[in-house]
Unconditional design. Structure first.
Length: 229
């Protein structure tokens, strides 16, 4: 399957203003989406339009480049869930149905956007979404992601290659959280996780995906537009 051909309804205008193209991919295999992100990044040039992909993955554990298998408990290997060593930053996390995954394929040099700034933009988009539903959330300097109290609700991991980013964030919406118990999420033993459904937010994953992308793109365009040459 070629993800590049699957444009979403509601994507941005023709790109003249530098707004990223939004694609809703539906459910995709993790390895498949990862390979497509790498291919997109490798073939892009200075005129390639940035893209934001919304997807959902079947159950999978992923480890970042520095990921340690020690953060995977024996129950993870015994549970029959695929384990993938990825090229993103960060440690170990879980993806599964009912989770919103947003991948950001951006030319960072063209936007004069640093990795730390991109992390903050992603975190703030999640915080904005939760705040709109009356839930207070925050980011942490010592552990990237978004938290509601002591519970993590969104995880981040990025890769930068040829001056462009891929991978992104995962927001827990309405999913089975049990697989998180078989790992030390993001390398933090005992870290509790939560999801929007448990916090009383009734939005579906599709609804929250759209809101998340809208807020991220708005903040990106407002703070790091592509300037005229």
């Amino acid at each position: 399957m070629d993800i590049q051909t699957r444009d979403a309804a509601g994507q941005g205008p023709d790109g003249a203003d530098g707004e990223p193209r939004l694609r809703r991919l539906g459910r995709t295999g993790y390895r498949e989406a990862w390979a497509e992100m790498q291919a997109f990044t490798d073939r892009r040039d200075g005129d390639t339009r940035d893209e934001v992909w919304l997807t959902e993955h079947p159950a999978v554990y992923t480890l970042g480049l520095a990921g340690r298998r020690a953060y995977l408990h024996p129950a993870a290997a015994a549970g029959g869930i695929d384990i993938v060593h990825s090229d993103r930053g960060g440690q170990v996390t879980y993806h599964g149905p009912g989770q919103v995954v947003m991948y950001v394929l951006l030319d960072l040099r063209r936007r004069r956007l640093g990795v730390r700034q991109l992390v903050r933009l992603l975190e703030q988009a999640v915080i904005d979404c939760l705040q709109a539903s009356g839930v207070a959330a925050l980011g942490r300097d010592d552990a990237p992601g978004v938290y509601v109290g002591a519970h993590k609700i969104a995880a981040l991991g990025l890769k930068v290659r040829r001056g462009a980013s891929y991978h992104g964030l995962a927001l827990n919406v309405d999913m089975d959280l049990a697989p998180f118990a078989a790992i030390d999420p993001c390398g933090y033993p005992g870290l509790a996780v939560t999801q929007t459904r448990s916090l009383g937010i009734e939005c579906t994953p599709d609804e929250l995906a759209g809101r998340l992308a809208e807020r991220f793109i708005h903040r990106l365009q407002a703070n790091f537009p592509i300037l005229p040459r």
